[in-house]
Design a protein around this ligand. Structure first.
Ligand code: SF4
Ligand code: SF4
Length: 357
């Protein structure tokens, strides 16, 4: 449930006035837990993607398909809908599950749209924008088809992530396994088979369909407890081994690099460039961009060193997570070849040099 709240709620949770996680398609900007990453900050995106890929490799190689059983939204929708349907009818559980999945799929589609559109605009756009309505409807239909009709078949035959995980396994990866050395003592009650959501018999070995939900372990624990014997199914593999430290260390380094890049990034980026067209002799025109990377609003005072004179709006306010573009003119009373811009905010000053004709 926690995972459901996280996945569905992240775009709607606010940090610093913006979504906790959202990619703003209009501004090509990613909001990420109080930080803003713009599409031109490629190094940050690269570091984040690298961290995610390394995490997937490490978790899959050490803990197997733990994502499939415990974190995958598909698993969550299937488990939750089965539980709800089971409350009302055991006999018509499958049909009821498909009904329960309709509002859940719509909610999931709505939430995915929330990852791209500001939460405060979604409802308005949903009923006033044909593309937003069509995208939400199409997403809901795709999700519904995936969970209600393909079900676990999607995990076994379609999901690319499941195939990738299987390729990352080695002999020590943690998997769910039947203890073959005790197979003669198995009660043959088939509780493990009946509990399996993908319909495999774990006693015959690990199948590619297994989503590591541990349902067979629970079923076997119950069945064997009545007889006072140890269960035949359990987790197998070695978590603590050299590969764990190697992969874990690599992920940690990637996380530190990403966090450091975010932490040491300046609060404000200040870019200034001279317009090549000179309006009047002795006067140069400059365009500037101020990029506020924080959730706070900043007001700056723009000045130039004497004897140059700044003509234009000297005070600029940049709202949180936004970019402000502006233009000023600089007049020189004597011959100069460059100009120094000072962007002053309290005790902090950012300086930029530009040429003067
Ligand atoms: S074999 Fe066990 S762990 Fe794997 S999907 Fe079936 S019940 Fe879940
Ligand atoms: S639940 Fe346990 S005891 Fe029963 S068939 Fe499966 S492995 Fe054997």
């Amino acid at each position: 449930m926690l995972q459901a709240f996280l996945l569905l709620g992240l775009p709607f949770a606010k940090i610093g006035g913006q979504s906790a996680v959202r990619f703003d398609t209009g501004n090509l900007t990613m909001y990420f837990f109080g930080s803003v990453i713009r599409i031109n900050e490629f190094y940050l995106i690269l570091a984040a993607v690298l961290f995610m890929l390394l995490s997937i490799v490490a978790v899959s190689a050490i803990l197997g398909r733990v994502y499939c059983g415990w974190l995958c939204p598909q698993t969550l929708l299937l488990d939750f809908s089965s539980d709800v349907a089971g409350l009302f009818s055991k006999k018509h559980g499958a049909a009821l599950r498909r009904v329960v999945l309709i509002p859940m799929s719509v909610l999931a589609g709505f939430s995915i749209i929330g990852y791209f559109i500001p939460p405060e605009d979604i409802l308005r756009l949903l009923f006033n924008s044909k593309p937003v309505f069509a995208a939400t409807t199409a997403l809901s239909l795709v999700i519904y088809t995936g969970v209600a009709w393909l079900g676990r078949g999607f995990c076994a035959g379609v999901c690319p992530y499941s195939m990738l995980q299987n390729a990352l396994f080695d002999d020590d990866t943690q998997v769910i396994a039947f203890d073959r050395s005790r197979s003669d003592d198995c009660l043959k009650c088939r509780a493990c088979v009946n509990a399996c959501p993908v319909g495999i018999d774990i006693r015959e070995g690990l199948g590619r369909e297994c989503v590591a939900c541990a349902g067979c372990i629970d079923a076997c624990i119950k069945a064997t407890a009545k007889k006072g014997i140890r269960p035949f199914i359990s987790y197998s593999g070695k978590v603590v081994r050299p590969k764990t430290f190697m992969l874990g260390g690599t992920v940690l380094v990637a996380a530190i690099v990403f966090a450091a890049l975010l932490y040491f990034r300046p609060d404000v980026n200040f870019i200034v460039a001279r317009d090549p067209i000179q309006p009047v002799k002795g006067v140069n025109r400059y365009v500037y961009a101020l990029q506020n990377n924080t959730g706070k609003s900043f007001t700056f005072r723009l000045t130039v060193d004497r004897p140059l004179v700044l003509i234009g709006e000297p005070e600029v306010t940049v709202p949180p997570y936004s970019i402000k573009h502006g233009m000023v003119m600089i007049k020189a009373k004597t011959s100069v070849s460059s100009v120094t811009f000072n962007l002053v905010n309290g005790t902090k000053t950012l300086k930029r040099e530009a040429g003067f004709l």
